[in-house]
Structure formats: structure tokens, C-alpha cells
Design a protein around this ligand. Structure first.
Ligand SMILES: *Cc1c(COP(=O)(O)O)cnc(C)c1O
Length: 377
């Protein structure tokens, strides 16, 4: 029987949809925008799109690809992150982890012996990727805000005079949305006299906000980054996880592998790549543009400020990094954490005011919190 005509399948799907809808209406803790509407793209799900290979090279023999749309997406992000006009390259990834893996891979091929420096608040994918790539590592301390301790970096770099290093900056750490300053990282590397520092910026969470909000944060190519990875399903919003990684075209030459039977260079982590997610990102870019993304970032920041004040009003311990759309609060009782799906670590939880979140939802959360048992601190 065709599954669509099997009542058990219909019932399963209805139950799943109902649960998804309930959970969707009740989250404040995970970093994904929910103000998207991609209905116009639904008919494209009929097609087995595949962007195998290099989106900027010869088109693959497989003609059902969206390479030209992917190139527009890459160009948009390369412009926003001020990548050199004559030396830029990138592709749409499956998410932040793949972007970080790709950048660290490019960096390793450039400097095979280099030690990777990253902070104790860096995303868990960094440690995993250095493990996959068998790179030497060194963990840098952070300030209470979650931002890199540049003095500790400078101190640790002293042992690397004349040696190559790779340094990972985070723009929007997972728990507190701290933003590392790439210009200060460059200063520390220069002062220590390291041979070559490749600086990768993991901007998965709020790279786009950081580029568009004022005062401008120092983290992009013009500020000294060599590569940047950003998520598509977080601040931009996508029903399918995705992201963008940007590197210098000249740096990427080291990872080129022989062109296989696909007819396009094998230069990405995945072979077959999603042909739908570039269209999703392109659609969002066409819908919002730089001005629209900027307004969404400002609205998110304003909602974070509203949330912080509401927490203070009910006497709940909370704080927030400057510019952040994340509010950090003392972890509520278990049932509240579960109901609102709050990411929690070491006694602290957070609310991330991603686009689509409303004051109404925050108010309902605050009401729940105020009714929760008084906190023993
Ligand atoms: C979400 C996130 C990642 C990982 O992204 P995935 O899409 O889950 O692979 C990496 N770094 C930071 C800072 C993130 O916020």
C-alpha cells in the first residue's frame, strides 16, 4: 500500500506534527530563528538536487544543481564579511561543524605542524575537529564573560616564537554569546613573534549580527580573519541545518584533490551536497537583504534587553554581554527547564532572542518563572 493511503502512517504523521507544533511554540533556549516562510520553495522538494563539487568551478555533469544560486549566497556573505574581492572562496555546508572542520583542514594543509589555540568556551566542534585532523592543541583561558583572555593567549604564544599557529576566535559563544576580538588576537600573535598565525573565526551563532550591528565588532577578513564559518539555520533561519564557510581562494588550493567522475573538482568535505539549502539561504537574502537582516538583529537585541529587564523585575539573577541577543540566567527548576527547553551548563541557562521570538512568549516564560519555587542560591 502507498504510505499516504495507510491510516497508520497518516496517524503517525499527525501525531508528530502536533508534537512538533507544541514544542515549537515553547522554546526560548535554542538559537534558531523561527520567522521564516519558505512555502514558495516547497515544490522544489520534488527534485533530487545535488551541488556536488566546487560551486565556482566547472558545473557537475549532474545537471540538477543550484550552483549559480549558491555562488550568489557565497558572494553575499563574502561581501558582508569583507573578504578580499580577488581572493575569496566558499561553499554552503551542512552547518557550523562542517564549516569549522573545513577551515581547520585548509589551515592544516597550509601549516601542517601548527598548534591550534582555542578557548575553553569554544564550541565542542572545535576540539572534535582538531581530533579528527590530528592537530596539536592548546586551550586558552577566558574571562567571566566567556571572551578570550588575550593576556593568557599572549603568555601561551611566547613558547611559539618563530613557529606557525592556528588560532580560533568565536563570535557568539554558545552559552554567553561572547565575541572574541580578532584585532587583539592579531596583536598578541605579532607581539609573541609567531611565524604565521592563521585565524579562523567560528561565527556560527551571530556572525551576521556582529557584522551589521553598531558599534561594529572586529572579527572579519578586513580585521584579520583568514576564514569564517557561519550557520544558516540559526540567525537566518532554515528548516534544514546549513551554513556557509569562507576562506581565501589561495589558501584553499592546498586541499584540491583530483577531479573525479563527477566532472567537478572534489574540494569540499561532503561529496554530494544539499542543493536545496543554498536556495533557502538565497531566498532569505532576497527577502531581507542587508537592511532587513540589520533590522532583525536590532530587534533581537532590543528583545534581549526587554528579557533582561523582565528577569530583573522578578528578582531573577541574570546578565548579558554587550550587544548580545543572549540573556544568561540562573538555572530555573527542572520542570521549567524542560518545558522551555533551556540549554543549561554549570548552574546557568540562557534565552536566545532569535528572530521570530516575541515579547508575548517571553512574558509567558517570565510568568512561569515567577511562579516557580524560589531559588536557593
Ligand atoms: C551552533 C554552533 C556550532 C555548530 O554548528 P552545527 O550547525 O550544530 O554543526 C559551532 N560553533 C558555534 C559557536 C555554534 O553556535
Amino acid at each position: 500500500m502507498h504510505p499516504a493511503r495507510d491510516p497508520a502512517v497518516t496517524e503517525m504523521l499527525q501525531a508528530f506534527t502536533a508534537t512538533a507544533e507544541k514544542n515549537y511554540s515553547l522554546f526560548v533556549g535554542f538559537p534558531v530563528a523561527i520567522d521564516f516562510d519558505y512555502q514558495e520553495l516547497y515544490p522544489l522538494l520534488r527534485y533530487p538536487l545535488n551541488n556536488v563539487g566546487d560551486p565556482f568551478a566547472e558545473a557537475p555533469l549532474y545537471a540538477l544543481h543550484s550552483d549559480h544560486i549558491e555562488r550568489e549566497v557565497i558572494t553575499f556573505f563574502a561581501d558582508v564579511f569583507r573578504a578580499p574581492a580577488d581572493d575569496r572562496w566558499g561553499y554552503v555546508t551542512n552547518g557550523g561543524t562542517e564549516g569549522n572542520l573545513y577551515a581547520l583542514y585548509v589551515a592544516r594543509e597550509r601549516q601542517p605542524e601548527a598548534t591550534v589555540f582555542y578557548t575553553d568556551t569554544a564550541h565542542y566542534s572545535i576540539a572534535k575537529n582538531t581530533y579528527l585532523l590530528r592537530q596539536k592543541t592548546c586551550v586558552v583561558a577566558t574571562r567571566p564573560s566567556g571572551e578570550m583572555d588575550y593576556d593568557d593567549l599572549a603568555r601561551q604564544l611566547q613558547a611559539y616564537r618563530g613557529k606557525p599557529v592556528i588560532i580560533v576566535a568565536t563570535v557568539g559563544t554558545t552559552m554567553t554569546e561572547a565575541r572574541d576580538d580578532v584585532a587583539r588576537i592579531r596583536e598578541a600573535a605579532a607581539a609573541a613573534g609567531v611565524a604565521r598565525a592563521f585565524v579562523h573565526v567560528d561565527a556560527a551563532l551571530t556572525g551576521l549580527c556582529a557584522a551589521l550591528l553598531r558599534p561594529r565588532h572586529r572579527f572579519d577578513f578586513a580585521d584579520g580573519a583568514d576564514s569564517i564559518s557561519v550557520s544558516g539555520h540559526k540567525f537566518i533561519g532554515s528548516p534544514i541545518p546549513c551554513g556557509v564557510v569562507l576562506v581565501r581562494a589561495s589558501d584553499r588550493e592546498g586541499v584540491r584533490r583530483p577531479t573525479p567522475y563527477t566532472g567537478t573538482p572534489d574540494i569540499t568535505i561532503s561529496g554530494s551536497r544539499n542543493g536545496h539549502t543554498p536556495i533557502i539561504l538565497w531566498y532569505a537574502i532576497r527577502r531581507w537583504g542587508v537592511a532587513g537582516f540589520k533590522k532583525r538583529a536590532e530587534d533581537s537585541r532590543a528583545l534581549a534587553d526587554y528579557t533582561h529587564q523582565a528577569l530583573q523585575r522578578i528578582g531573577w539573577e541574570a546578565w548579558r554581554n554587550p550587544q548580545a541577543i543572549t540573556v544568561v540566567l540562573r538555572t530555573p527548576p527542572d520542570d521549567t527547564v524542560r518545558k522551555w527547553q533551556l540549554a543549561t551548563y554549570d548552574g546557568w541557562s540562557h534565552i536566545i532572542c532569535m528572530p521570530g521570538m516575541t515579547t508575548g512568549r517571553i512574558d509567558r516564560f517570565i510568568t512561569d518563572l515567577a511562579a516557580a519555587k524560589p531559588l536557593v542560591q
